[in-house]
Design a protein around this ligand. Structure first.
Ligand code: ZN
Length: 520
């Protein structure tokens, strides 16, 4: 129940949650039973605003029945309205569509630029001054993208930043990939991120990326994503001839040098020349590239299948690249949909997390300081000094968003169940322990934010001593920024097709939007 006061009559009214749910204030529609309650016509809106924070907190506690305070929340699907379910499913369609076309950091950034410009963000290179509500983006070397909405307060008072990574585990070509063996042309590969090698065999693969030539020309390549395209495949042994290998460990069964896809097998039709030569001729004719041009290429082999709904109820999504373009997409959507925030908000979507945040486009790069110092300089001009950047960092809050493993029904025992995250139970706060957990006061602030906004959440701690994993958060806590790691749980993480729950994806989007919009 919520107490609403009719100021003109000086009396209190008890209004049910159902009634209040249909009423909104400030930008928001008025309808339903409360609107027709006795005395409502003289209701003083200003007074409503003064008690608004109290109202929303009470509303949430009633809606969640206080389960987040008791830590006994059930599946987040339970109790949602048909309208909310429609929103969850609609969001999932947009998400699947986006990650279908964004299968590497390069294609993510290309598509994110289109998204940003389509939502009114302007390139920082064209900006001369900053104003509240201004939407800005910048790209670092095609592999990292940042978006901002400038806040009402000066940047020195700190930012609300959400970071996520846009690279995913995959195979990539070596510098001299092409060779021929037993009548097949194949590509030598390396791997990016922690993969189980056997899972990448007998799987339709697409080849995407680009080749940079000595003259500065860049040649894009994308083969395997269109239904009419050919695909590539790493052949595994048939069981008929494999009996001697059955005693091997998984690691020995398929090793990192056993992951070479077939790329062709027809020799020269006239003179019987090699398949390898035929491939070189094709690359020259089709793309104008030589064997040496592949030295300066970035070509990834990624699963060619499209994102799909999973299960009769379509409640789950199976897709490649959800780690971590899931959080990158929810962040993009959230930052594009907020008004003028109090603090300047930022989305920082970076490369190379799966290999340790390396290189000048990864989270370890000083590009982050470079970018924020340039923004401060735009706001302050010659008054800008280094300590102002450090003050802004100290005053900032950072959500480091990344997916993480959820309880797998085939192997629940790898978790200590009391601290395990479950699909469909909302986002999870990662409580790693051993010095890697966010400060308790920031966790409390985050719980308050989530509960105030009715966002389902749970916690996650790995079974001690037998599992682990981190993400980009540590690179920003090093800068004296207040950082917390959130995620949503996935099944089959780091496999070619991971699995998420649509309601968790939507919950992460709502949490990010609440973080960007909060007046705290
Ligand atoms: Zn990962």
């Amino acid at each position: 129940m919520v107490i609403v006061i009719n100021k003109d009559e000086g009396e209190e009214k008890m209004v049910s949650i159902d009634e209040l749910n249909s009423v909104k204030v400030l930008g928001v529609e008025f309808s339903g039973p409360l609107f027709t309650a006795k005395g409502w016509s003289r209701f003083n809106l200003l007074f409503v605003l003064t008690v608004c924070a109290f109202c929303s907190r009470q509303t949430v506690e009633a809606q969640t029945n206080g389960c987040s305070d008791r830590l006994d929340c059930e599946s987040a699907w339970i109790g949602i309205s048909s309208e909310e379910k429609s929103s969850v499913y609609e969001f999932a369609e947009s998400y699947k569509n986006f990650i279908d076309g964004a299968r590497t950091e390069l294609s993510f950034v290309t598509n994110a630029i289109n998204f940003a410009e389509g939502n009114g963000f302007e390139n920082l290179q064209l900006v001369n001054s900053l104003a509240p509500g201004q939407k800005i983006y910048e790209v670092n070397r095609d592999r990292t993208i940042s978006l901002f909405v400038i806040g009402r307060e000066a940047l020195v008072s700190g930012l609300h930043i959400v970071g996520a990574h846009i690279d995913s585990p995959r195979l990539e070509l070596k510098g001299r990939p092409l060779y021929e063996d037993n009548g097949f042309a194949l590509f030598q590969t390396n791997f990016h991120g922690g993969i189980k090698f056997h899972q990448w065999t007998n799987l339709p693969l697409a080849l995407i990326g680009h080749v940079d030539k000595k003259d500065g020309a860049r040649v894009p390549i994308s083969v395997g994503l269109h239904p009419d395209d050919p695909i590539f495949l790493i052949p595994e042994l048939s069981p008929h001839v494999d009996r001697d290998r059955n005693g091997k460990t998984l690691r020995e069964f398929i090793g990192p040098e056993d992951l070479d896809p077939i790329v062709a097998h027809i020799p020269n039709l006239v003179d019987g020349g090699s398949v390898e030569e035929e491939v070189l001729g094709f690359l020259e004719t089709q793309y104008g590239i030589s064997r040496a041009d592949l030295v300066s290429s970035e070509l990834a082999l990624v699963p060619a299948g499209k994102p799909r709904d999973l299960g009769f109820d379509r409640g789950l999504i199976s897709a490649y690249g959800q780690d971590d373009r899931l959080a990158a997409y929810t962040t993009l959507r959230a930052i594009a949909e907020i008004g003028v925030p109090r603090k300047t908000v930022m989305a920082y979507l970076v490369d190379n997390e799966e290999v340790g945040n390396r290189n000048n486009t990864g989270a370890k790069s000083q590009y982050f300081e470079d970018l924020l110092s340039r923004l401060l300089y735009l706001q302050l001009g010659s008054d800008y000094k280094e300590p102002i950047l450090r003050t802004a960092f100290r005053q900032s809050k950072f959500l480091s968003l990344d997916v993480n493993p959820g309880v797998n029904p085939m192997n629940p025992g790898v978790w200590e169940s009391g601290n395990a995250p479950r699909l469909g139970f909302g986002l999870n706060l990662k409580l790693y322990g051993q010095g890697n957990t966010a400060n308790s006061e920031f966790i409390a602030w985050t719980r308050n934010l989530l509960d105030r906004n009715s966002i389902p959440w749970q916690t996650s701690t790995y079974k001690v001593g037998s599992a682990g994993g981190g993400t980009i958060g540590g690179e920003f806590s090093r800068q004296n920024i207040e950082v917390i790691d959130f995620g949503v749980p996935l099944l089959s993480i780091h496999t070619p097709f991971a699995v998420s729950s649509k309601i968790d994806v939507h919950s992460l989007y709502r949490a990010t939007k609440a973080f960007y919009s909060t007046e705290d």
